[in-house]
Design a protein around this ligand. Structure first.
Ligand SMILES: [Fe+2]
Length: 328
């Protein structure tokens, strides 16, 4: 592998596992009901609640009460990302470090389905929260036959199993990278580095999944934007079937199906009616079991080869983000 004169991103193995996973998350849309129908009819989530300006949706194997809260807003984009701490003690450790970082905003106790939640921003201004107590999913007319599953298999559309990861856009990648590693205790499993050795994109993992939080440099120079959110399917074949589902439904298929070179995930990208990019992903059985994993660095030249099997990355993948910035 090409040696690049970059700073090291070695994580502290003693801090691993303080965050259990990502979710639930909030997603903004200017067309709430159309976005709701996309997720329910085509992605196979279930509507579990709604209030004045939002709809709560649940993916069938999410143990928590809801997976995503859709919120009516003038512009599409990402709202708050909630992270579940791995234990009450881990929550206190995380909050202490977040407060010390200066990015903390304080405790709240009014987030639906979550207990006491500490709110903060990442260095690019994306709102986040961390919590321990949570309401578990209680099935109503979707009770599964097997008690080790949250809800019954929907048998509808793409049948996504769960939320997988969030890919944010950020004005400055290194500041976010430092925050994820030094404050949240996550580890960078893979990244793209420029010819000058600067971080251009980072894939961070909080557990043994290969990645959970991804940041890509925002070419517009804006902050707080979203590149995409991703949902996991059981198999690659589910994603091929989803292509046909989206095709017949008139959903914009942006790119794929194909396999990423970075992280090797089988993928499909579509745009939901509100304009947010949604990924369906399948990582196969890939996990990062090595507690001393060293970050894999990808160069610009390697990146230029395209995806794993040669598909060139489509132009809109580099330019489209939400909220959309007019005139750039
Ligand atoms: Fe992704």
């Amino acid at each position: 592998m090409t040696e690049i004169p970059h700073r090291q991103l070695t994580h502290d193995p003693n801090r691993l596992r303080d965050i259990a996973h990502v979710g639930p998350i909030e997603l903004f849309t200017p067309v709430l009901e159309e976005t709701r129908d996309f997720f329910v009819d085509l992605m196979a989530l279930t509507e579990v609640d709604r209030d004045g300006d939002s709809v709560y949706l649940h993916a069938w194997d999410d143990y928590q009460g809801y997976t995503i809260r859709l919120v009516q807003r003038e512009q599409a984009g990402i709202g708050c990302t909630f992270l579940r701490a791995a234990s009450p003690a881990a929550l206190e450790r995380e909050v202490a470090d977040i407060e010390a970082s200066g990015f903390g905003r304080g405790w709240v106790d009014d987030v639906r389905g979550l207990g006491r939640t500490y709110l903060f921003d990442d260095p690019d201004g994306h709102p986040m929260g961390i919590y321990w107590d949570v309401e578990k999913y209680v099935p109503m007319d979707d009770a599964p036959s097997l008690k080790n599953q949250a809800a019954k298999f929907p048998g509808r559309g793409a049948n996504v199993r769960r939320l997988d990861h969030v890919n944010y856009l950020t004005r400055e990648v290194p500041a976010v990278s430092d925050f994820l590693r030094d404050t949240l205790g996550a580890r960078c499993t893979e990244r793209i580095v420029t010819d000058e050795g600067a971080d251009a994109a980072i894939w961070f993992s909080v557990g043994q999944k290969s990645y959970d939080l991804v940041y890509t440099k925002d070419w517009t120079g804006a902050n707080g934007r979203l590149h995409h959110i991703a949902f996991a399917t059981d198999t690659r074949e589910d994603i091929l079937r989803a292509c046909d589902v989206f095709l017949d439904a008139g959903v914009h298929i942006e790119t794929g199906p194909h396999k990423h070179a970075i992280q090797q995930t089988f993928f499909l990208y579509v745009w939901e009616p509100g304009g947010n990019r949604i990924e369906l992903c399948n990582a196969g059985a890939r996990l990062i079991l090595d507690p001393d994993w060293q970050t894999v660095n990808w160069t610009s030249a390697e990146r230029a080869k395209g995806q794993a099997w040669g598909l060139k990355t489509i132009e809109s993948f580099h330019t489209h983000g939400t909220p959309v910035i007019e005139g750039v």
